[in-house]
Design a protein around this ligand. Sequence first.
Ligand code: FES
Length: 311
Amino acid sequence: MEAVIVSHSLATPDIAVIDLAPADAAEFPAYTAGAHVDVRLDSGLVRQYSLCGPPESGRYRLAVLNEPASRGGSRAMHALKVGDQLLISAPRNRFPLVTARRHVLLAGGIGITPLLAMVRQLETEGGDWVLHYCARSRAHAAFVPELAGEPRVIFHFDDGSPGQMLDIARDLGDPQPHTAVYVCGPAGFIDHVLGKAEALGWPPEALHKERFGNAAPDEGAGASGGFTVRLASTGAEYEVPDGRSVLDVLLENGVDAPYSCQQGICGECVVRLLAGEPDHRDDVLTDDEHAEGMFTTCASRAHSPVLELDL
Ligand code: FES
């Protein structure tokens, strides 16, 4: 879809809040909390951003952290101005609210974006929720004015007193029935929260996550060695060496394989695995989806010499 930037401002020194409207008379499709859109930049980069604005506004609101270590996506988004146009996808949701009596939301930094949409949806639906929002400091936290004063929002700032820092044992506590936990933020934050939650006994099915950032699939992860990928439709076989992804090899050989983020976080490249032992390295599929044979070609590799894909 063609979108035009109707507002572009800084929520913090390094987080831009960008409002998009349809470039033509059409309306944007509706979305649910947790959804994201792909944004295609002039450089050809495609990036995923969660939608965090009030859905009833008819606009899409994105919040973009300017990451010095990024491959240019966040810098390009910060350089845009009102009136510029972008190509975006329709919203997709791989991080939806689930049916639960209580919802515990844990945001790390820019990970607030999908959780802010969840808070709004839960408010509309009368859900029972609490949000723990961690950031380097109040000045580095976006959307503080919208959230301050709400007793169900608990801020944790790295430069604050030790007693207000996030403590999973205290702030999440022991597993509770009918409770869903949602975690979004940088990989280190998510790993910390999930590790502590699992140690407390929270079952995997209660824990929902969405990773942010440019954590490309671990280059060192190629240490499992090369392997062969076979396409079920043609029987063609391709060698996937260390340091190259299955997706890279497929595209280089002219295979029309779907993809978007190439970081193991969007799910666009998922194909069905028909044979072989996978080495899953994505951050998007659940254990159940892995068990059902879903496989990300951009991130995952093989423990067996051959993988056969439903392509
Ligand atoms: S392209 Fe996004 S998960 Fe593979």
